[in-house]
Design a protein around this ligand. Sequence first.
Ligand SMILES: Cc1cc2nc3c(=O)[nH]c(=O)nc-3n(C[C@H](O)[C@H](O)[C@H](O)COP(=O)(O)OP(=O)(O)OC[C@H]3O[C@@H](n4cnc5c(N)ncnc54)[C@H](O)[C@@H]3O)c2cc1C
Length: 214
Amino acid sequence: MEAVEAEVLRNEDVGGDNFALTVESPFPDARPGQFVQVALDVDGARVVRHYTISSPYPDDELEFTVEIDPEGELSPRLQELEPGDVVEVDGPYGRSYLEDEDAVTVLSGGPGVGPALAIAERAVDREGEAAVVYEDDEPAHRSRLEDVEAEGCHLEILSPDDDLVSAVDAAVEEVGGQVFVYGFSEFVDRALDAVDAVETQDDTDDEPKVERFD
Ligand SMILES: Cc1cc2nc3c(=O)[nH]c(=O)nc-3n(C[C@H](O)[C@H](O)[C@H](O)COP(=O)(O)OP(=O)(O)OC[C@H]3O[C@@H](n4cnc5c(N)ncnc54)[C@H](O)[C@@H]3O)c2cc1C
């Protein structure tokens, strides 16, 4: 697909080192958990990075939850965008997205909370079952997490010192279904080890759907 322009609709601080950037969606068939290539001119050079969709219904608006890397080339620039500014988007890409699973368990680290929320929100909205395990030293999206928990999602928020295996065990026991994993590899590897450790074969469907952010 060719990159197309998308207007920025909102840009909000969502806690921790994260912001949620919402742009018009040129992709009517996009699904939560897919990722999009985002490009911006930075000092005359086109800089391109990937961001995962964090809106439950991305056919109209596309939200990305972005962790700011103060030393990074693109994320600090995206944080400065205002409504009416324009980015280029291309996609959507990726195979690890929500299809029509009735039960979902989403393991997320850092900005992986974005797709975790989008998937859980859409699953409970459809009267399915959802569990979210979210590890971060400074959690983001607190109010959306509280809301989805109130709608029946099993929620475990952990700091990096907490026991990931126990949290994954509780989520799989409570909900199971299709397991998704989103985040940077350091988290993804530990999450996949935790899935193996709780021997989920009897409780979950298929292989985990995984997207690594690096
Ligand atoms: C499939 C996919 C999905 C993703 N989804 C998300 C998402 O939903 N949310 C999210 O926040 N991120 C996501 N990412 C990560 C995102 O694409 C960016 O990599 C991230 O935002 C950092 O980009 P940046 O331009 O700010 O930093 P970069 O410029 O890429 O720099 C990253 C770090 O590397 C260091 N660095 C850069 N160049 C060098 C060098 N030459 N030598 C040594 N160090 C260097 C920088 O100091 C910085 O600390 C995803 C990545 C992938 C592949």
